[in-house]
Design a protein around this ligand. Structure first.
Ligand code: NAP
Length: 367
């Protein structure tokens, strides 16, 4: 596989070493973490979980709801989410427990859908305690595809749309403060490199492959989150965390060739199941010490946001994630691509309205 433009050979090789080590040793490294993770009572907390119909997101939503949280499943297939809720309610109903869980439609391949979702949620004027950006795609081996907004699909679903969602939900997160923005990231960001002038990988400088699309989108997410973490004033009380779930057996591998999927089933020892893969994110969403840890990082002028490893311990993001110059460039370019002004965050924190280019058009009397 060709080394990506922009990442030095040593860094690239180190990145692959991190990925291989995670695959080989994650079960040993995380052997001290209980499964399922004991989640403290979450009564009174409202959490949005994107991509809650499958894999890690499904586990996160179910376990948060079982811990007493009000969970909003933000999904592109509402019928599937309603069926899941019905199943969970009937399982828990036997124990006399009623889960507080609902469904809202969200398609990350449409930035207009993101704006609609955020507007509908903010209109409730209710506190939000955690937005969990879990939904993601890895279209392994597929040709390059673009959303209707014109962006490379991995970049849109894994980075741009969650970034817009987190920004637009700031008013609700302020109402829920102390609150958290949690991004389900990946060790694959270690082999990513983001050229802010070529986030869609269309310039021809780097040849597209799905692995590049995926790893770049995950690195872009760490960089944007790091700048968000730096820019949110401590008194706003919004913590920003990236969490790596480990290498997990979910539907994310559905596009793998059949032979590799079959091999996947023969290596269950190494690979986490979805419940094991949900632990670091659940920890990020519920552990009482996480906000304090994020505040310490702010004081230290540490260049990245908090990054939790699959064993729920803080770890270092990749070397490239620490590059403040490219992080600033990714922040600026992301705001431009998601249609927000440069001072959007500051305005939202000050309680001012911010217009987004992807605002759905209001129906006029003539329509
Ligand atoms: N599995 C791993 O080894 C691994 C490792 C590192 C990081 N991760 C990350 O973990 C997260 C969860 O992935 P997973 O492994 O649980 O995969 P998964 O089983 O495929 O679940 C992905 C979820 O995202 C949703 N989704 C995809 N495209 C969407 C869109 N356009 N709008 C709204 N929702 C959309 C899917 O909905 P549909 O069911 O409707 O498609 C599904 O609910 C991802 O961010 C992934 O990158 C996974």
């Amino acid at each position: 596989m060709a080394r990506k433009a922009g990442l030095g050979w040593i860094e690239w090789a180190r990145g692959w070493l991190s990925i291989i080590s995670e695959f080989l040793f994650q079960r040993i490294v995380a052997s001290h973490v209980e499964n399922p993770l004991p989640v403290p009572p979450m009564d009174g907390a409202t959490c949005i979980v994107t991509g809650a119909t499958s894999g890690i997101g499904l586990e996160i939503a179910r376990q948060l709801a079982e811990s007493g949280a009000h969970v909003v499943m933000a999904v592109r297939r509402p019928k599937l989410a309603h069926d899941l809720i019905q199943k969970w309610q009937s399982e828990k109903g036997d124990l006399g427990i009623l889960l507080n869980i609902e469904v809202m439609e969200l398609d990350l391949l449409s930035l207009e859908s993101v704006v609609k979702f955020a507007e509908a949620f903010n209109a409730r004027q209710a506190p939000l305690h955690a937005i969990i950006n879990n939904a993601g795609i890895f279209s392994i081996g597929e040709p390059q595809k673009f959303s209707k907004d014109g962006y490379e699909e991995h970049m849109q679903v894994n980075h741009l749309a969650p970034a817009l969602l987190s920004m637009l939900l700031v008013p609700s997160l302020l109402r829920g403060s102390p609150s958290r923005i949690i991004n389900v990231n990946s060790v694959m960001h270690f082999v990513g490199y983001v050229d802010s002038e070529d986030m869609n990988l269309t310039s021809g400088k780097t040849k597209y492959c799905s692995l590049l699309g995926y790893s770049n989108s995950k690195l872009a997410q760490v960089k944007f989150s790091s700048m968000l973490h730096k820019r949110i004033p401590p008194e706003a009380g919004i913590s920003v965390v990236c969490a790596s779930p480990g290498i997990v057996h979910t539907n994310v591998a559905r596009d793998l060739p059949k032979i590799i999927v079959a091999a996947y089933h023969f290596i269950p020892y190494f690979i986490f199941n979805a419940q094991e893969g949900s632990r670091s994110t659940l920890f990020a969403a519920s552990d009482p010490q996480v906000p304090e840890y994020c505040q310490v990082l702010k004081g230290d002028e540490w260049p990245t946001c908090a990054y939790l490893n699959y064993d729920c311990r803080p770890t270092n993001a990749s070397e490239e994630a620490h590059n403040l110059e490219t992080t600033q460039q990714v922040w600026d370019k992301t705001l431009e691509l998601i249609g927000l002004p440069r001072d959007a965050l500051e305005k939202l924190i000050a309680g001012e309205e911010v217009a987004c280019r992807y605002q759905p058009k209001k129906a006029s009397i003539d329509d």
